[in-house]
Design a protein around this ligand. Structure first.
Ligand code: ASP
Ligand code: MG
Length: 804
């Protein structure tokens, strides 16, 4: 036999009741043997109690009672509830006259909820041809006389139940009232709120049921509340022991009282959804799952009461006094925290009890205030408790680090000595984000990286497309989910909390809105996004002003934009200070040599203590092309330049390349990687543009390219044999000092050297270090272009995703 239990929401008018009826008829038609336990329908118990309180205050309870009756009759006018309704009329009238009621009267009233539910369900089922029978549990479930919280008399009840089901067995389907019983005088008692779960598990125990199916309005037990954690997953199977940990945190179905009768007989409990009953739900059995189950549970409305006292060290009886105050005032304490210094104690209590707790503690410790043993009692409101159930301290650093990385610092945490359970107190405003961060971390599934991309030109646009194209594969291989939640240009931003789609360009056009950086930060906050990254793919000087506010709002930074690293050394340092304070990272691999792993290599060498003595190379793809070609062919400089311009290898104004500033900036960025404090003005740059062509408009300039020829044709001709021209950046000097020598210059080198052999538009870098001696590390390859640059930025995103 299986016991089916239906909760109040399952039995509510409309869809609920219909579903319950079809679940039962299906089972009966399948030949399954079942008994059904019901709660009161909808909020009947609450309503009956409310009416009771109105009546006791001599209020106008009658309209409420009529409304209750109408609800109960539902669409079944033919059903005769007159007996129950008459009793309710009489009892309420009496309460209203006397202005008071006893728990005994209250139990009589509340019991009607379950009686009406069972009667109604029985009669609907009968109409459908099911051999159903109303079973009043007061006939067999005997209890003590503690009205409102009665304890079943186990032996007697068991004997009664077995006898009762023998008499009313066979193919009868008993529809049993949950929650209620009777004492030896046959007075009605109730088992405490949510008690019909208990009734069901007692019946399962007495009747040796093969399974208890508890039908609720949720699909089962989740790794966290799905309303709070978007990636919460249903748990298929857990053990009673594990379930017991959950019960401590309020899951009514899993109350210890409910579980014990099942444990005793090893009866599995299945949590199912009435409204989705194809679902397998969550199965709870006595077998332990292998690695143990983890879930997050939350106490939302709590406050932290803190008692501080310098004079308390070693004093005995202080804690006892605190808890006596709590006990006397009926304040339950969910978490306690005290350090070995005994100078203070923190208690987590229900938010609505916090003020009482403080006032009563102040009274109790009044004399200790005078003697200065206690100096402060304070309350922190608006905090929440997150309990990681199934978590012990051996791996707690992982969720903890993830929290800190996301700028959530728990106010306190503690663990249980028995069982696995670590609890954290966080600010209520951070609860949602904290839950998502911890959940993502402990379930390892798809750590979500939330990305805002600024600038969607060649590099930015390519990056977005690259991310969208690889996201699925990356999630599969690395368990990292890349979520581009914002794309912005200088005017508009496109938001999508679930990530932009491949038609982001059109969406930005049609749905983009004007914005300030505050809006983007607010959007991330409102959506409780964790693991935030802001990518600067603009070439904007002004955008850099956003870096510090972004870092302070928990964003890591990535940029292909070079500006931030080439402003004053003061700003460079300031940004790094802020990043450090906020434990944020800033990556910019593409600032030099596009996607080539140059900055990362230099960083590692420097960090590992390797003494870098010189860096030398061709930093600009454009100028690489120009001089490689010019050196190789027998053509005037202007012809090669013209061709480069026409092929789109240069900036629209080629003077931006030819002036050497871009190379100078890249060189400066590398120098600063080595902790050198140079300023841009200190880079000695050989400007390739003849002085008289440096000003004036582009169009004009483009007509005068021939004026380069006398200079560069001569330089070329004056070289030693087998030499070629290269435009290089070079960092030298004593790099252990504060400043290095930074030069950008045109040099002539033997063609049989690595530098001399350079082809196409390759970038080329030689890193000389003490250990490598005169055999430098060489990094060479395509050092420009939107595809490789975007790949480089993507690489930075993955570097950050891997951290922490
Ligand atoms: N109807 C009762 C209550 O609401 C018992 C139950 O639902 O389990 O507490
Ligand atoms: Mg209920």
């Amino acid at each position: 036999m299986k016991i089916l239990k239906f909760g109040g929401k399952s039995l509510s008018n409309g869809e609920g009741l219909q579903k319950v009826v079809s679940i039962i008829t299906d089972k009966v038609n399948n030949g399954e043997k079942i008994a059904v336990v019901v709660s009161a329908r909808g909020n009947a118990t609450d309503t009956l109690e409310e009416i009771l309180n109105v009546a006791a205050k001599n209020g106008d309870y009658k309209p409420l009672l009529e409304k209750f009756k109408t609800y109960q009759i539902s669409d079944y006018a033919a059903i005769d509830f007159s007996e129950e309704f008459n009793v309710l009329d009489k009892l309420y009238e009496g309460v209203s006259l006397i202005g008071d009621y006893s728990n005994k009267i209250k139990d009589q009233i509340l019991s009607k909820g379950e009686i009406l539910a069972a009667k109604l369900l029985t009669s609907i089922l009968k109409e459908k041809g099911v051999n159903a029978r109303f079973a009043d549990s007061r006939d067999f479930l005997k209890t003590d006389s503690k009205f409102g919280d009665a304890q079943p008399l186990e032996q007697l009840s068991k004997k009664n139940v077995i006898q009762y089901f023998k008499e009313h067995g066979g193919d009868l389907v008993n529809i049993v009232t949950g929650f209620i019983g009777s004492n030896n005088n046959n007075d009605t008692t109730t088992l405490g709120r949510n008690g019909s779960n208990y009734t069901a598990s007692l019946l399962a125990n007495y009747l040796n049921a093969e399974e208890l199916q508890n039908f609720t309005h949720v699909d089962g037990i989740y790794t966290a509340n799905p309303d709070l954690v978007r990636d919460a997953k249903k748990i298929e199977h857990l053990s009673f022991n594990e379930a017991n940990e959950l019960a401590n945190f309020g899951a009514t179905i899993l109350h210890a009282k409910t579980i014990i009768p099942l444990l005793e007989k090893n009866i599995p409990l299945r949590i199912l959804n009435t409204f989705n009953h194809e679902n397998q739900g969550t199965l709870i059995t006595s077998d332990s799952t292998k690695e143990g189950i983890k879930t997050l549970s939350v106490l939302e409305n709590v406050s932290l009461v803190n008692l501080e006292g310098r004079g308390l060290l070693g004093k005995t009886g202080v804690d006892a006094r605190i808890f006596r105050v709590m006990g006397d005032n009926d304040i339950s304490v969910s978490i306690i925290s005290q350090g070995s210094s005994e100078r203070g104690i923190g208690l987590v209590v229900d938010a609505d009890k916090a003020t009482t707790a403080m006032i009563e503690l102040e009274k109790e410790f009044e004399n200790d205030f005078y003697s200065k043993d206690v100096n402060r009692i304070s309350v922190t409101d608006d905090v929440s408790v997150i309990s990681i159930i199934g978590q012990d301290l051996s791996t707690f650093h992982k969720p903890y680090t993830a929290l800190i990385k996301n700028k959530i610092v728990p106010i306190l945490f503690n663990n249980t000595v028995t069982g696995k359970n670590v609890s954290l107190v966080v600010k209520k405003s951070e609860l949602n984000r904290a839950l998502n961060v911890i959940h993502g971390e402990i379930f390892g599934v798809s750590k979500k990286i939330n990305i805002a991309v600024f600038g969607h030109g060649l590099v930015g646009g390519t990056l977005i497309d690259q991310i969208l194209a690889s996201a699925t594969a990356i999630e599969k291989r690395k368990g990292i989910k890349l979520n581009v939640f914002a794309i912005a240009n200088s005017k508009k931003v496109l938001f999508n909390k679930n990530g932009v789609g491949t038609d982001w360009k059109n969406s930005l056009q049609s749905e983009g809105v004007a914005y300030t950086m505050k809006d983007v930060i607010a959007y991330a906050n409102d959506n409780h996004f964790e693991n935030l990254i802001a990518v600067d793919n603009t070439a904007s000087k002004d955008f850099v002003e956003n870096y510090i506010p972004l870092a302070e709002s928990s964003f890591d930074l990535i940029s292909s934009n070079k500006v931030a690293n080439t402003l004053s050394y003061g700003f460079y340092k300031e940004l790094r200070k802020i990043l450090e304070e906020n434990q944020k990272n800033y990556l910019y691999e593409t600032n030099v040599g596009a996607g080539l792993p140059l900055i990362d290599t230099i960083k590692l060498l420097h960090l590992s203590g390797e003494n870098i003595t010189k860096i030398k190379g061709v930093f600009s793809g454009t100028l690489s092309y120009l001089f490689n070609k010019f050196s190789a062919v027998d053509e005037p400089f202007s012809a090669v330049l013209q061709e480069a311009i026409e092929s789109g290898f240069t900036e629209p104004d080629p003077r931006e390349d030819l002036c050497g500033n871009d190379v100078g900036r890249k060189l400066l960025i590398l120098a600063r990687e080595l902790d050198l404090q140079n300023e841009f003005e200190e880079v000695a740059i050989e400007n390739l543009i003849p002085a008289h062509l440096r000003d004036g408009n582009v169009a004009d300039f483009l007509t005068k390219l021939k004026e380069f020829d006398p200079i560069y044709n001569k330089i070329k001709a004056d070289q030693k044999p087998n030499h070629v021209l290269r435009y290089i950046g070079e960092l030298s000097g004593d790099l252990q000092h504060d400043k290095g020598v930074l030069e950008v210059k045109l040099v002539s080198v033997p063609s049989d050297t690595a530098l001399g052999g350079l082809k196409g538009s390759d970038s080329f870098f030689e890193i000389y270090t003490e250990s490598y001696g005169d055999r430098p590390i060489v990094i060479q390859g395509a050092g420009a272009g939107s595809a490789v640059t975007a790949r480089g930025v993507f690489g930075d995103i993955l570097r950050l995703s891997d951290k922490g």
